[in-house]
Design a protein around this ligand. Structure first.
Ligand code: MSP
Length: 515
């Protein structure tokens, strides 16, 4: 079987409901999955939930619920949001599922049998908030940084993974595969961190201290460290240890944000390497959404609720904004003002207006039938060339998840087409019987451009693409003919026109602060 194009998101903690940050990585992955399907590739898009560990246990305790019940109550919130956002995941994993637990145990047993795990007594500092052991080296001015929360002294025996054995190999792998960690500032950050000796990784928690986890297969008095448990989801779902695994793995993209870079580019690859599993192809870490220059996070209480935006502006507008504005290498401020600017300028004025007036004119002047090519000339030829160039710029940008670059190229075509409407003034041509053939040319080109746009925006805005194809009464978006603006046949009957994005005014919605 053809190997699937395999893309993942982080699996999100169920200590709280999803916010715009979670929605953003999931939308980015969804756009890629839809794009790959559009190109005809077998695609496997995985997302899910990270349900073990201290954070989830504490969240359940706070609600006075057993942890499993807490997880069972949280999962529907994520699934409902993904549905509202038109997320097309092929599978949804919860780490409390037996299919996942079995692979975590198998993976740990393999690490153990290869001698990659040992037991030792540890005495030192432990951050409850970060759920990790910390060292004196992390102190700044004699204090542990605030994000580590309460740091306590701890003495306990634990199991450790010999991560340090893989340091040289990891550095070499990063150097030999320049695109493996993207963007390059993150790659450099990891290479910089790897100049210091890599320590071994504590992979267990004594059951007496934390019961909510997967028992170690070789010592049931311990549960698996939540990060080891969570990372294994990427191989448990595609069936590590079974025949079908080879038709999924390696993942083409692990999509994450920069907060979980080390776990994905150091812990995960070294564990895979120790077991002898091939590396994922690319790990791409985007920047954060900020609110007033601070990271948006539940603990800071500055959360944007995706539901508010979906209800008010529609899922497509939010998806578009996330892909157009969230940056790869830097952090980005999320404001409703910025959102509205994009909505009104890009969606209502540019795209919506172009498609709506183009198709309305075909109805008004040609009874809703796509005219023949008529008296097409140099301008039409120039626009056809621009359309082909748009596809040529779009594909490589999409392949590398450079969404704002892809969208800029598409919007250049939209701007040119809107200018073309003004230049040719079809409403004037319609009054002149001698200009009938010229009007045919203009209306046909605008109809073809609308079809090309349906294709180009479809991974980002699937509802909008469907609205455009319905209005065009076309089903099949065959790319080779769209690229040359040559999809329709003369006389093709269009469906009824309808506006895509009604203009919005600034209002009170959106930035609902968490209580
Ligand atoms: N459970 C771990 C991930 C395990 S993956 C094997 C975890 N969960 S999380 O719920 O904290 O999600 C972190 C991820 O959520 C980030 O990497 C990013 O994908 C997304 N975001 C959370 N806050 C964000 C922003 N403020 N901005 C953009 N994305 C952010 O870590």
């Amino acid at each position: 079987m053809e190997k699937a194009f395999y893309i993942t998101t982080p699996i999100y903690y169920v200590n709280d409901r999803p916010h715009i940050g979670h929605a953003s990585t999931t939308v980015w992955a969804d756009v890629q999955a839809r794009y790959q399907r559009l190109r005809g590739r077998r695609t496997f898009f995985l997302t899910g939930l990270d349900e073990h560990g201290i954070k989830v246990q504490q969240a359940a305790e706070k609600r006075g619920l057993p942890p499993q019940q807490h997880c069972d109550e949280m999962a529907p919130h994520f699934l409902a949001l993904w549905k509202a956002l038109n997320i097309s995941q092929d599978d949804f994993v919860r780490t409390t599922e037996p299919r996942h637990k079995a692979v975590v145990q198998r993976f740990l047993a393999e690490l153990h049998s290869k001698g990659a795990i040992y037991r030792k007594k540890y005495h030192g500092w432990y951050s409850k908030a970060a759920e990790q052991f910390v060292t004196e080296k992390e102190k700044v001015n004699g204090q542990f940084p605030a994000h580590l929360g309460e740091v306590v002294e701890l003495e306990e025996e634990n199991y450790f993974f010999r991560m340090s054995d893989h340091q040289e190999w990891l550095i070499r792998h990063i150097q030999e595969h320049p695109d493996w960690i993207q963007p390059s500032n993150r790659r450099n950050e990891i290479l910089g961190a790897l100049q210091k000796p890599l320590e071994d990784l504590c992979i267990s928690r004594p059951k007496a201290r934390l019961a909510w986890g997967i028992p170690l297969p070789f010592d049931p008095e311990y549960v698996t460290y939540v990060w080891v448990d969570a990372l294994v989801n990427y191989i448990s779902v595609p069936g590590y240890g079974t025949e079908r695994f080879a038709s999924f793995w390696p993942a083409d993209f692990h999509l994450i944000a920069k907060d979980i870079l080390t776990t994905h580019t150091v812990y995960w690859p070294t564990m895979l390497h120790a077991v002898g599993i091939p590396m994922p192809n690319r790990i791409l870490a985007h920047g954060w959404w900020l609110m007033e220059r601070e990271k948006m996070s539940k603990s800071l209480g500055n959360i944007i609720s995706p539901q508010d935006y979906i209800e008010k502006y529609g899922a497509d507008a939010l998806r578009y904004f996330i892909c157009r504005e969230l940056q790869l290498a830097n952090d980005t401020d999320f404001t409703e003002e910025r959102f509205l600017r994009r909505f009104n300028a890009d969606l209502a004025n540019d795209l919506g207006n172009l498609v709506n007036r183009s198709l309305s004119m075909v109805h008004r002047y040609r009874q809703g039938n796509a005219p023949g090519r008529g008296a097409a000339g140099a301008v039409e030829e120039e626009i056809c060339k621009l359309a082909a160039a748009t596809f040529d710029a779009y594909h490589p940008a999409m392949e590398s998840i450079a969404y704002s670059t892809a969208l800029e190229a598409v919007w250049k075509l939209i701007a040119r087409a809107n200018r073309y409407v003004e230049e040719t003034a079809p409403w004037k041509l319609a009054k002149d019987p001698a200009a009938a053939s010229r009007l045919d040319a203009v209306l046909r080109l605008l109809t073809e451009i609308s079809a090309a746009l349906a294709y180009l925006v479809s991974p980002f805005m699937p509802d909008t693409a469907a609205k455009i194809t319905n209005q065009l009464a076309i089903r099949d978006l065959t790319e080779s003919r769209l690229r040359t603006l040559d999809l329709l046949s003369d006389g093709h009957a269009l469906g009824p026109p309808a506006p895509l994005f009604p203009r919005q005014s600034a209002s009170d919605c959106a930035a609902s602060r968490a209580k």
